[in-house]
Design a protein around this ligand. Structure first.
Ligand SMILES: [Zn+2]
Length: 304
């Protein structure tokens, strides 16, 4: 068969186009779910997480983007997770308030140290948070609402969640409105605190650390080798906040030490406890800061 030069060129282009599509069938077949991007308001820092469905021209979205950028790039997340990591490594008071010491059955200290070390980053040389954080995606859409059974912001008391979106198959974090009112850990007024850790010192970074713990690439990929979930106290309410997180371990309350190492809020509050102790301690000698809080949280109130 004869083809004119023009025709054969057109055919070549058509073949080239077809093969390009064949290399990326998902782009043709799917209804193009948006792709996460780097920080939309400026330069991303090393290993900064990715963003989806934020409108940088909207004032609220812009403020949220800055908060998310600042806790990773302004070092708050790195500081908090590092102090949690040190506390586990040296078995300091903040660690012992929420986690058991290692025994012949389980090396709790190493598991907790490894999980928090994954977030903090292993190397001091580049000053960046752990590279795993760069694989996380924050979605500004309440995407859990798309999934019939999924957690979403309409559930009372939900601050944030981490789920695989059934539409784009990505594992993502979404922060609900109430989480944005939590401030920076750096702004916590040390003089206002009780002699025990409490929600008075809560911060947005504590919520963010809690959510990162849930990623399937965190717990299962470390020496822990298990997914980090939300464990329940004896009264079947989730072990959230210092009294309940401590109560899970406390021999006088739940006396249930084993699941502390798979409870997201145990990691988040232990790390915040450690960093606030360091920040507020007047005595920075050695590890003396770790005894800043002189008491454990009071017993949690049982739900009947
Ligand atoms: Zn959780």
């Amino acid at each position: 068969m004869y083809l004119s030069k023009t025709h054969s060129l057109a055919l070549l282009i058509a073949v080239a186009r077809a093969s390009r599509f064949l290399n990326h069938p998902s782009r043709v077949l799917r209804r193009n779910p948006p792709t996460p991007s780097a920080y939309p308001l400026g330069d991303a820092c090393g290993h900064e997480w990715q963003y989806l469905n934020f409108n940088p021209d909207d004032d609220t979205d812009e403020a949220h983007l800055r908060t998310l950028h600042d806790i990773i790039c302004g070092d708050e997340m790195r500081a908090i997770s590092s102090y949690g990591q040190f506390s586990a490594q040296d078995v300091l008071a903040p660690y012992k308030r929420y986690f058991p010491e290692s025994d012949e059955e389980d090396d709790f200290q190493t598991h907790v140290k490894d999980v928090l070390g994954l977030i903090a980053g292993m190397s001091d040389t580049d000053g960046a948070i752990g590279s795993i954080v760069g694989t996380f995606v924050v979605d500004n859409l309440d995407f859990g609402a798309n999934d019939g059974d999924g957690t979403n912001c309409a559930e009372e008391g939900t601050l944030a969640y981490t789920l695989t979106d059934q539409l784009d198959k990505r594992e993502k974090i979404h922060f609900c409105d109430p989480s944005w009112t939590r401030g920076s850990a750096g702004d916590v007024d040390c003089a206002s605190l009780d002699p025990y850790p409490s929600t008075k010192m809560d911060s947005f970074s504590r919520i963010a650390l809690h959510e990162m713990m849930h990623y399937s690439s965190v717990g299962p990929q470390t020496s822990l080798k298990e997914q980090i979930v939300d464990v329940k106290n004896e009264d079947l309410q989730p072990a959230y906040d210092p009294p309940r997180v401590h109560g899970l371990l406390d021999p006088a309350q739940d006396d249930n030490p084993a699941p502390t190492e798979i409870n997201a809020d145990s990691y988040a509050w232990m790390s915040l406890d450690a960093w606030i102790s360091r920040k507020c301690s007047k005595d920075a000698e050695g590890n003396d800061w770790a005894s800043f809080f002189t008491q454990n949280p009071p017993p949690y109130e049982h739900e009947d």
